[in-house]
Design a protein around this ligand. Structure first.
Ligand code: ADP
Ligand code: MG
Length: 559
């Protein structure tokens, strides 16, 4: 039997790849910078294992040069470079990753976070380039080579001159067409933006000459432009730093820098997890509600990095809905990415991370409630509804997580209290946790139904938020105490009056009740003498599952 190799139409394959893997053209820069960083990592690794090589940190950097006149963008690095063979193998064979092989060969352990693995990132350069020229001099060789391709008809390779070891990638940027714009990839501000977004935490400096202007010498109003080299990336991600070295301000600055909000976070949470999935995370609880928080437009999620390279702007799977207000970043070296590095391959790692993150947020909120009551109350004012919504929408599944974070206004304390506080004050004979629903505290205060409960010395929780009663219905009980609306028919409170007295009242006022019922025929179900009224002459109660307030809300909802 003859065995044949698969053949691929490489031109088409390249086209397919380049134009269908990536959703954003701008990521070509992320890919090329990641490659440059990998190349420097490799020489660094070599230096660690070979004492003949001296690694002087200042000699290693990545440089970006945009030349508008010639429409070229050059990405240079002082990394390990490529020999002629390596140029052919790594750039001539699609899906061949020299970096992946390097990792395997050297059995790289922790700390060596080489990014490359799929052997396709390089070709993303063709999304924005007519031609790509690679000039490289490999470590240990005297000759430099030039590799060149237009992405369709293969490539050429020839010797050339280059002084230092390392690689220059020169992109001839495409011309703008009617529906595709490429000029932006030659603009300083745009390049800076892309680098900040995706490559801010690349560990080597990414340098670029930035145009500045200053007053001309001897002139008072004439300016001249000049170039000044800047390092565009911050290099060490704050989450990789030691918690003890960081101040509250460091976290707050990071929060601002990331545009998580204009406020100061109530709480910064720094996590370093070394378990099955290793990751670092910094999470923030904002102090102000984002303007769009309670709208459909709001998108929850954390920024997700793989080895310091941004993979996803908002990864929703890392946060439960009830903590959707949390902002932050997660960086892991253990993520299985798909080829475009835009989506994740497996969600098992994500699930593990999400679980831990959720638990941590809960713990921090509990601590806040315990130790900084006022701050917690402010937090609750902003995001309490989301917690209650969490209980409601998951049918009480998150009861354990959320119930102790809830707060309601108390008739007794005249302030917000927790359920735990409520039951700790309950007289022994009190069977239920009483609540009253209404539009406002003042309105509930005046409810005639509240009298008897208050007279008994029982505390009432005021539900002024529409979601309150719905959430409580899902909770059903708290520490085995059931919730009871003060407007429900049976309050579970014994009164001094005898049933006989009531019965005789019914007898005596038969005609009055009959008349009242006739007049209110379609408005009420029944009219009865009540045991619960004190000062007020009448009150409304409901018998079914729903309180009157809840029914009102349901009636206003569109079907
Ligand atoms: P990956 O980074 O996933 O390996 P790429 O397509 O981005 O795939 O790159 C292919 C290979 O080309 C890399 O694995 C590496 O061996 C080589 N390479 C790319 N850019 C450089 C560079 N700047 N310096 C040295 N080698 C490079
Ligand atoms: Mg790569």
């Amino acid at each position: 039997m003859e065995k044949k190799e698969f053949r691929a139409e490489s031109k088409r394959l390249l086209d397919l790849m380049v134009n269908s893997i990536y959703t954003h053209k701008e990521i070509f820069l992320r890919e090329l910078i990641s490659n440059a960083s990998d190349a420097i990592d490799k020489i660094y690794y070599k230096a660690l294992t070979d004492e003949n090589i001296i690694f002087n940190k200042d000699d290693y950097y990545i440089r970006i040069v945009a030349d508008k006149d010639n429409r070229t963008l050059t990405i240079s690095d002082t990394g390990i470079g490529m020999s002629k063979e390596e140029l052919e193998d790594n750039l001539g064979i699609i899906a061949n990753s020299g970096s992946f092989a390097f990792k395997k060969e050297n059995e790289l352990r922790d700390g060596f976070d080489i990014i490359g693995q799929f052997g396709v990132g390089f070709y993303s350069a063709f999304m924005v380039s007519e031609t790509v020229t690679v000039i490289s001099k490999g470590f240990g060789s005297d000759e430099a080579y030039k590799w060149e391709s237009n992405g369709a008809d293969g490539y050429t390779i020839e010797p050339c001159k280059k002084d230092n070891i390392g690689t220059d990638i020169i992109l001839k940027i495409k011309q703008n067409s009617e529906d595709e714009k490429y000029d932006e990839f030659l603009e300083e501000y745009r390049l800076r933006g892309i680098i900040k977004k995706y490559s801010d935490f690349i560990r080597y400096p990414i340098k670029m000459d930035i145009t500045k202007s200053k007053l001309k010498e001897g002139s008072e109003d004439e300016y001249e432009e000049y170039l000044e080299e800047e390092v565009l990336n911050s290099m060490v991600p704050i989450w990789r730093k030691n918690r003890n070295e960081l101040t509250k301000e460091d976290y707050e600055n990071f929060y601002l820098e990331k545009h998580f909000g204009f406020d100061k976070p109530v709480k910064s949470i720094h996590l370093s997890v070394d378990g099955v999935v290793r990751y670092n995370a910094i999470l923030f609880i904002p102090s102000k509600t984002p303007y769009d928080f309670y709208t459909k437009e709001y998108e929850k999620g954390l920024e997700l990095y793989s080895n310091g390279v941004l993979i996803m702007n908002k990864c929703p799977d890392l946060l439960p809905d009830y903590f959707s207000f949390v902002k932050g970043v997660v960086d892991s070296e253990d993520l299985s990415l798909n080829i475009s590095r835009e989506i994740l391959q497996h969600d098992r790692q994500l699930k593990l991370m999400a679980k831990k993150i959720g638990d941590k947020i809960k713990d921090e909120l509990s601590l806040l409630l315990k130790n900084e009551r006022e701050t917690y109350e402010e937090f609750y004012e902003n995001f309490g509804r989301q917690l209650k919504y969490g209980i409601y929408s998951d049918f009480g599944m998150n009861k354990e997580t959320l119930q102790d974070l809830l707060m309601f206004y108390s008739s007794k304390e005249k302030k917000m209290v927790t359920l735990e506080e409520y039951i700790s004050r309950m007289p022994e004979e009190q069977k239920y946790i009483y609540y009253a629903s209404g539009e406002s505290i003042e309105r509930i205060d005046r409810l005639p139904q509240a009298e008897l409960v208050k007279d008994k010395g029982y505390e009432i929780l005021y539900f002024t938020d529409e979601i309150d009663e719905f959430a409580i219905k899902m909770l059903m009980n708290y520490k085995e105490k059931e919730f009871k609306s003060i407007s429900s028919g049976d309050l579970g409170i014994e009164t001094d009056e005898k049933d006989e007295e009531i019965n005789s009242e019914i007898e005596e006022n038969k005609d009055l009740f009959k008349l009242m019922k006739e007049i209110l025929s379609d408005k009420v179900k029944d009219i009865k003498p009540s045991k619960r009224l004190k000062k007020h002459p009448v009150c409304l109660t409901s018998e079914g599952e729903l309180s009157i307030e809840m029914e009102k809300i349901l009636n206003t909802m569109p079907n």
